[in-house]
Every structure is written in C-alpha cells, then in structure tokens.
Design a protein around this ligand. Structure first.
Ligand SMILES: [Zn+2]
Length: 126
C-alpha cells in the first residue's frame, strides 16, 4: 500500500475521469476523497465514482505558479457541486469555466511531476 490516496481514475492527460468518493449506506453521507468508513457513524462506506456533470459554484485565480509549473499564472481553482450531494475543490482547465457552468473532471497535468484532475466546461468536451 502506498501513502498516496487514489482520488481519480488514472487516464490520459485531458481525457474525462471520475473522482473516487464514497457513500455511507447507513446515513448517506458522501465523502471525497473516499474513506473506508463513514466519519459520521463509523460504518463501512461504499465506493462512489463522481463523473459529473457538476455545477461550478465558486471560482478564483491563483497568482503564483508552483515549482516546475506547466500552467501560466493566473490559473483557475474552483468548487464544483456534484448531483450526489458533495462539493469538490479542484483546478480549472483552460479555458476556465465560469460559475454556473456544467463541468466534468478531466485528467490534468499542472506541473512536471504532478498529474491530478481539473474541471472542464462540459460544453468544451470533444
Ligand atoms: Zn454514516
């Protein structure tokens, strides 16, 4: 077992992905990243994959680039509200979606040694 938590399904850069969440079968609490047991009632959780579309409910700009950045500042960060009942913070793809847009998670590489996910406007999907 590695110390790294799987937070999205691995895939090619720029392709749609799904976020690894979990749902408690007892109280229906949704967690992201996924947890083995519910933090509210301690019962085992079920896997739940978040594919979107989600609604972007907040967006802002980051003004400083991380080390070995492949994205130019300013770049976007936002919060997406999934229909499963959870809000997830993440990077925003370029062109950045606006608050209110439908977004989907895609595999994203913001720095040389960092691959993660970002939110892309659903309408920009190829
Ligand atoms: Zn629970």
């Amino acid at each position: 077992m590695t110390a790294e938590t799987l937070v999205y399904k691995a895939g090619s850069i720029g392709q749609p992905t799904q976020l690894a969440a979990s749902r408690c079968p007892h109280c229906a609490r949704v967690q992201f990243p996924s947890t083995a047991s519910c933090p509210a009632c301690s019962l085992p959780s079920d896997d739940l994959w978040l594919a979107g579309p989600a609604k972007l409910v907040f967006a802002t700009k980051i003004l400083a680039e991380p080390p070995d950045s492949l994205v130019a500042a300013p770049y976007g960060v936002g919060v997406a509200e999934f229909p499963e009942g959870i809000r997830v913070i993440g990077l925003l793809d370029d062109p950045p979606p606006a608050v209110g847009d439908a977004v989907v998670p895609v595999v994203h590489q913001p720095a040389v040694n960092l691959v993660t996910f970002a939110f892309r406007r659903e309408a920009d999907q190829i």
